[in-house]
Design a protein around this ligand. Structure first.
Ligand SMILES: [Zn+2]
Length: 140
């Protein structure tokens, strides 16, 4: 176990999240170096993302307070932040691994979990109309 630490801005973003998410992210930090990009998001911001085609819903779990969703970024030593643009394959691998870690945590704590890489939760990752691999939420 590595026990990575969050930056100050990540801590601030995580503090807007539901305690279950806070605990799940802290658990994942034992294995993956992550940053918290977004926790709570005001509806005005969600509407603007909708206009830009960056989200498919105005009923986002990010808009609850505390937030029931979190967007994470993954940092890999010697590589940097894993993004879809710089390395799509690595992007899928690392976020899939993180989803597995968070899902395992949620399962052991009686929480229902949903990943933006498998919205319909059928364990098939290529039947999506919209991928949001950085997104994890407490579900329903
Ligand atoms: Zn999100």
């Amino acid at each position: 176990m590595k026990n990575y630490k969050l930056s100050e801005s990540s801590k601030k973003n995580l503090a807007t999240c539901n305690l279950c998410i806070v605990d799940a992210v802290e658990y994942a930090l034992q294995f993956v170096d992550i940053g918290v990009v977004c926790g709570h998001r005001p509806i005005s911001v969600q509407m603007s993302l909708m206009e830009q085609g960056l989200t498919k819903t105005l009923d986002s779990k990010h808009c609850r307070l505390p937030s029931h969703a979190v967007d994470l970024m993954i940092y890999v030593a010697g590589f940097g932040y894993v993004t879809e643009k710089t390395d799509p394959e690595k992007y899928r691998q690392y976020y899939g691994r993180l989803a597995g870690i968070l899902e395992t945590y949620c399962h052991h704590h009686g929480l229902h979990f949903r990943w933006g890489g498998d919205w319909d939760k059928d364990d098939s990752f290529n039947d999506q109309s919209f991928d949001d691999l950085v997104h994890f939420e407490i579900y329903p």
